[in-house]
Design a protein around this ligand. Structure first.
Ligand code: NAD
Length: 457
């Protein structure tokens, strides 16, 4: 088996050779990736079911179809994205033309989180490969069957000089981080994001950091409460709440607070079924550490619905907490599990101020048809991205850049944004040789100053 040094060197050689500057080569590579994943779907499904009891449908919906869609989108648009872009040239350079060339960054390191173990390494890989880079993928070690299968499938089918999976935990990542890359893409916690950024700074490797945080969701009285509850219940409890952009907590207007809670209970039961523990569609908490962390976030006095725990099965039922306030333990950290605190607000300004007291969220959602309120929240709160009248689904639109801001991340990807994130924008000015005004050359006379001011302001 090849070690870190060999793989990094091989990928550097590949990047230097420049074969991947050919757009057709990249398209073939992406198509092959899709084919290989399709051919091995059953094994990928079985692995994730073994790790976290994720059903084949949910694996398709939240993992594989996301990657297929990203590949199809890149294949369809790559020739257009990769073309040099002509831009205007100012008078200072007359006569000349200007263009931007999208150049591969070279080698890339992609480190994934465990919660969507396939798409969180494969989706950035699609962007990296589309932009003509080589990629080392380091999936999370926590879902171990999943990372084994990913390693097997990718490494058996692709040359390690341009696409390779390395399996391991902190020790391996620490070793990988000793080398420089064109870019490191990290998906994971804000805490580990700081470790990655610190290590990357030593080699001046740029980073794309996809991190976490507490994402709020506002519910206003004018909305369709039933549909809002249904969409929120789905977005929160899919993957058992272990989704970086799941609504972390709800802020519900006091005039509809009790009514909405009742609706949320009904819709949660419909979305996860009456007995989620027995359901084939309700996944488990990844490990004991997270199980116990989540258990401690549930204040039994505030349980409105759910609160069933089974440590042996790593199971926590969908749990709704009522009358929560900012002093509660569940409001002190990102929840990242099937626990949904519901806070009450009467004045939107106060609620906005509370949200703004914390780090800038990865996502924000609001359910209202009132355009003034929509504009107010979008104007006043900084967050990575979000949706009006829905949750989570903005992720699926690859025309939108996906990423955080501040503590929830830096940079973005998906679609063309991913291509640009993994490319260097090389600026080229092409001058003509038939004209050379004397103005920029000494002697710097007063008429040259006057003339320059006339032209440039
Ligand atoms: P994590 O930060 O613990 O681990 C992520 C990766 O970092 C793993 O591959 C792990 O092996 C590696 N790692 C862990 N400790 C390390 C260390 N000390 N040095 C070097 N590498 C280390 O995150 P997680 O528990 O896998 O995922 C949960 C977090 O990820 C949540 O905060 C969630 O919001 C966030 N997340 C963000 C997105 C996004 O797109 N923004 C997507 C999924 C998850």
């Amino acid at each position: 088996m090849e070690g870190v040094k060999e793989i990094v060197e091989k990928q550097r050689e590949f990047a230097d050779k420049g074969d991947s500057k050919n757009v057709s080569f990249r398209i073939q590579l992406l198509l092959k990736l899709k084919k290989v994943l399709k051919e091995n779907e059953q094994e990928l499904n079985e692995a994730i079911y073994k790790d976290v009891k994720k059903s084949a449908f949910e694996t398709y919906l939240t993992e594989l179809s996301v990657v297929y869609h990203e590949i199809d989108f890149a294949v369809k648009n790559l020739k257009k994205w990769a073309k040099p872009v002509r831009v205007k040239t100012g008078i200072a350079n007359f006569p000349a033309s200007s263009k931007i060339i999208h150049e591969p960054l070279g080698t890339t390191l992609i480190i994934g989180a465990w919660n969507y173990p396939y798409q969180l390494v494969l989706n950035p890989a699609v962007a990296a490969l589309a932009a003509g880079n080589a990629a080392i993928l380091k999936p999370s070690e926590l879902p171990s069957t999943t990372s084994n299968v990913l390693e097997k499938i990718i490494n058996q089918n692709f040359d390690s000089s341009y696409l390779h999976v390395m399996k391991g935990s902190v020790e391996l990542t620490t070793e990988l981080l000793k080398y420089s890359y064109g870019k490191i893409c990290f998906t994971g916690s804000t805490q580990v994001g700081k470790i990655i950024a610190t290590a990357a700074a030593q080699t001046l490797t740029p980073t794309l950091l996809e991190l976490g945080g507490k994402s709020p969701c506002f519910v206003f009285p004018d909305t369709n409460l039933k549909l809002a509850a249904k969409r929120i219940a789905w977005g929160k409890f899919i993957n058992s709440g272990q989704t970086c952009i799941a609504p972390d907590y709800l802020y519900v207007h006091d005039s509809v607070y009790n009514e909405f809670l009742e609706e949320l209970k009904i819709q949660t039961q419909l979305v996860v079924g009456p007995t989620p523990k027995e359901s084939e569609s309700f996944i488990r908490i990844i490990n004991n550490k997270n199980f116990n962390r989540l258990k401690n976030l549930i204040d039994p006095a505030k349980i409105f619905y759910g609160g069933d725990l089974d440590e042996k099965e790593s199971y926590i039922s969908p749990t709704i907490l009522k009358d929560v306030n900012w002093g509660d333990v569940c409001m002190q950290e990102e929840i990242f599990g099937p626990i949904l605190p519901v806070l009450k607000f009467s004045e939107i300004d106060n609620a906005i101020n509370e949200v703004k007291r914390g780090p800038r969220p990865l996502a924000l959602y609001l359910f209202t048809s009132d355009k003034r309120i929509q504009d107010k929240i979008l104007n006043e709160v900084s967050f990575g991205g979000g949706a009006i009248n829905d949750v989570v689904m903005h992720f699926t639109n690859n025309y939108l850049p996906f990423g955080g801001v501040g503590q929830s991340g830096m940079g973005n990807y998906h679609g063309k944004h991913g291509f640009l994130s993994f490319s260097h924008q090389k600026s080229i000015l092409k001058k003509q040789l038939w004209f050379e005004p004397s103005i920029k050359y000494a002697p710097y006379t007063s008429w040259k100053l006057k003339f320059s001011k006339l032209i440039f302001g």
